[in-house]
Design a protein around this ligand. Structure first.
Ligand SMILES: Nc1nc2c(ncn2[C@@H]2O[C@H](COP(=O)(O)OP(=O)(O)OP(=O)(O)O)[C@@H](O)[C@H]2O)c(=O)[nH]1
Ligand SMILES: [Mg+2]
Length: 386
């Protein structure tokens, strides 16, 4: 990324002191529960990005307001909270158009960001490999491009994250061309990196190893599970934060009867993952539809298993991977009491309860992974005893 835009996108994370942030949940009137859980997710995202959430607002609307997304009265309420709490950033749990952003900023006298922008910031911080970094930069620039249209603004002012002030101004057309050119160059770079990864992937496939992709919501425990199943000394990074691991990591394992398999950990899903990110991460995510089997991991302890399931289903559809055979599991079984276990077993009879932490259920899971991918029924504990 050019120095200027790189600085703009990452400055937030370099701030020594936490920035006070106000969050705003937005939803249509019939979607209260989804709005509430999405807002608490936004809070975790803001904290993951290093922000200090000072206050949360929400508004349910009949329709979104073209000028300010939500009602002007609510925006003025938020503006006075910004003054009172000395907060200079407001993050909306909904995409903002360039015009909405500009109007809200001038009413609140604070920076207005949206959920996509926050997720992009986190991805920029987390990307480790060259491929990951290129993909994030493409996503950032693609997000920025349509937002440059409309009223003219300084480039660095647009890309600035929380805590960033734009130093200079440039002509809109020049900026657009500059960004388009940069995206083209990055896409070419990505092709080169991708072809070397493709060679590595083909090498792995040789020997008929079954390709198993670990899929699921962010923080469900995919990387912990990969470490536990592979028992490899080279562990994958695990953290109680959203998007702890972005880059795909693969480990060879042996299934109980000796057959080889390759487990691949992938980027976690989340509600309304910016489309620019899905498009940019296509080369990483395209391993998913090519897998022989998807191991779909949910956090058994989450209040929102159903909402997260829907998001996983939708994202798999977007990736054209909905027809790959799936095995679904509920992880973090060690956190459940007896009643919760019973309720989950009743509600999800075809999902194995496992714990990547204690190892519970993992032997059974490996046996399930050994079955032909199209085998219908899930193995039960009785099968294991046989
Ligand atoms: N109690 C308990 N905690 C777990 C278990 N599995 C994972 N965790 C914890 O859950 C958090 C997230 O685990 P990760 O393995 O990083 O989750 P992930 O799905 O890879 O998350 P992303 O990389 O962010 O998509 C960490 O704090 C883990 O220690 C489990 O079986 N039991
Ligand atoms: Mg992970």
């Amino acid at each position: 990324m050019s120095n200027e835009s790189q600085k703009g996108f990452t400055r937030f994370f370099e701030n020594k002191s936490l920035e006070r942030i106000i969050l705003v949940g937005v939803g249509l009137k019939r979607e209260f529960h989804a709005m509430e859980s999405s807002l608490s997710e936004l809070e975790r995202l803001a904290e993951t990005a290093g922000g200090d959430v000072a206050e949360k607002f929400y508004q349910l609307v009949d329709h979104y307001h073209p000028a300010t997304l939500i009602g002007r009265g609510k925006i003025l309420e938020i503006a006075s909270a910004c003054q009172r709490l000395k907060s200079s950033t407001v993050i909306f749990d909904h995409d903002l158009t360039a015009a909405q952003q500009k109007n809200i900023e001038s009413l609140c006298r604070a920076k207005a960001l949206d959920r996509s922008r926050l997720i992009l910031d986190i991805f920029a911080k987390r990307a480790q490999t060259r491929e990951g970094k290129i993909q994030v930069e493409i996503a950032q620039l693609s997000y920025l491009l349509p937002r440059l249209t409309g009223s003219w603004r300084g480039f660095s002012q647009q890309v600035g994250g929380i805590g960033t002030r734009g130093p200079g101004e440039r002509k809109l057309e020049y900026e657009k061309r500059h960004i388009q050119l940069r995206i083209r160059r990055l896409k070419n770079d990505l092709k080169k990196v991708k072809s070397s990864r493709e060679v590595r992937r083909k090498n792995r496939i040789e020997g008929n190893a079954k390709q198993i992709a670990l899929i699921g919501y962010t923080n469900a425990g995919k990387s912990t599970l990969l470490n536990a199943l592979s028992k490899s000394p080279k562990t994958v990074y695990v953290d109680d934060k959203l998007f702890a691991t972005l880059d795909p990591h693969s480990r060879k394992i042996r299934l109980p009867k000796g057959a080889p398999a390759v487990l691949t950990d992938t980027v976690g899903f989340i509600g309304r993952l910016p489309t620019a990110l899905i498009a940019a991460f296509h080369s990483t995510l395209e391993e998913i539809p090519q897998a022989d089997c998807l191991l779909i991991v949910s956090d058994a302890n989450s209040k929102d298993i159903e909402i997260q399931d829907e998001i996983v289903i939708k994202t798999l559809e977007q990736l054209k991977a909905a027809n790959v055979p799936q095995i679904k599991i509920l992880n973090k079984a060690d956190t459940l009491d007896f009643q919760k276990r019973a309720a989950l077993n009743l509600r999800y009879p075809n999902r194995l309860l496992v714990s990547a932490k204690t190892g519970e259920g993992l032997a059974l899971l490996l046996r399930q992974l050994e079955k032909p991918s199209n085998a219908p029924a899930f193995l039960t504990h009785q099968d294991l005893i046989k």
